[in-house]
Design a protein around this ligand. Structure first.
Ligand code: PLP
Length: 386
């Protein structure tokens, strides 16, 4: 068998490996508390589940339009207007099986060999993985702890060269929970006037998971219309990770290519999830609001608990549901800390190195677990580090 070389450039998301390692330990009878996971630990709201069941019962289980049901795309368009004051034609909206395919398709379209792609480090590992897979050159920009990991336009603009084809942004960020504040968004857009051929992929999958601060979406800027790919979805906001449904907004000229990619790859998103997604957008929103209120309380508790350790420190994330804790004073590397905490304390969390070289010295702690388990996890960690 002769396998293509490029497949060796593909990376991975270590959260999935950690999940299987943790499950293996659980199967062997170990009591593991999982704080490594990137999915809300809440049930999908009842009315959404019921809409999925109803779709099945009503016989709505065939293929749909490859880029998504027109009515769902209309509802997404209305939702984007409410959230970001963006008037988006339904023809530019593509429904996809989760958020990840948008990253993949963007890189298939724009990851030209030897072009440069700028992306956040620490950041979601799939960006770097797919940049490498496509044969483009990964150019990381650092999210700095001294700025609470928030984005600085100048850090991004300074990385642009005549080979830059794409800038990737993730706002709010996984793993840091940091954001792109309006003043910096404006500076970036202003700076990009000089580089009309540089596109943006703005991954805003956590844009409805916010604490206090307002979210500034790149979609709110019509001047970016011809060069912005906006990624969003249902996985996190509505606790629907396993339903596999997300969506993106594309420049009009890319839609025929994206449509072909959909037809070649998955034909369409499963119909049941599309009906469920419509119910998600229709509301009621009580369960979604309750989930965020609960995350907010956990955030307070988790950050307080981390800062009680002599050798750990952590800033408050502005969004998402992760704490990015500084572990440099422990004198262990991030990977060593991750393994030590898993094997000696029975707590699964992720080494900052899973998110790039600049993640060294940090651990990502997900608060997608209940208060009882979170408290128990910190008590256990306390027995092995101070
Ligand atoms: N983008 C970011 C920043 C994420 O953290 C994730 C999931 O963890 C995704 C995209 C992918 O989401 P989905 O599960 O909908 O594919």
């Amino acid at each position: 068998m002769l396998i293509k070389n490029s497949i060796n450039n593909l990376g991975t998301e270590k959260a999935f490996k950690l999940l299987s390692d943790a499950n293996e330990l659980i199967a062997k009878g170990k009591d593991i508390i999982n704080l490594g996971i990137g999915q809300p630990d809440f049930r999908t709201p009842k009315h959404i589940v019921e809409a999925g069941i109803k779709a099945l019962k009503d016989g709505k289980h065939g293929y749909t339009n490859s880029i998504g049901l027109p009515l769902l795309r209309e509802k997404i368009s209305n939702n984007l207007f409410l959230r970001h004051k963006a008037k988006i034609e339904t023809g530019r909206i593509v429904v996809l099986p989760g958020g990840k395919p948008t990253i993949f398709f963007t890189l298939l379209l724009l990851g030209k060999k030897k072009s440069e792609i700028i992306y956040p480090d620490p950041g979601f590992p799939i960006y770097e993985s797919l940049i490498n897979y496509c044969g483009a050159k990964p150019v990381p920009y650092k999210l700095k702890e001294k700025n609470n990991f928030n984005y600085k336009a100048s850090d991004i603009l300074s990385k642009i060269s005549n080979k830059t084809n794409l800038i990737i942004i993730n706002n709010p960020s996984n793993p840091t929970g940091s954001i792109f504040e309006k003043i910096e968004v404006l500076k970036l857009i202003n700076g990009l006037k000089e580089f009309p051929n540089v596109s943006i992929l703005s991954d805003e999958i956590y844009s409805e998971m916010l604490y206090q601060k307002k979210h500034e979406s790149f979609l709110s800027y019509p001047e970016l219309k011809e060069r912005l790919i906006y990624l969003d979805g249902f996985s996190k906001t509505y606790s629907m990770t396993g339903w596999r449904i997300g969506y993106s907004v594309w420049p009009k000229k890319l839609i025929p290519y994206v449509e072909k990619l959909c037809i070649n790859n998955h034909s369409c998103v499963n119909t049941i999830s599309q009906y469920a997604a419509m119910a998600a957008l229709d509301g009621p929103f009580e369960e979604k609001i309750n989930m965020m209120n609960e995350f907010s309380k956990r955030r307070e508790n988790v950050i307080k608990k981390i800062n009680e350790f002599q050798c750990l420190s952590c800033q408050y994330p502005s969004g998402a549901f992760y704490a990015f804790a500084n572990v440099k004073k422990t004198n262990f590397s991030s990977d060593e800390m991750q393994n030590k905490i898993l094997n000696e304390a029975g707590v699964a969390l992720l080494s900052g190195r899973s998110f790039g070289n600049n993640g060294e010295g940090f651990l990502r702690i997900s608060f997608a677990n209940n208060h009882k388990n979170l408290n128990k996890a910190f008590k256990r960690i306390k027995t092995i580090i101070d």
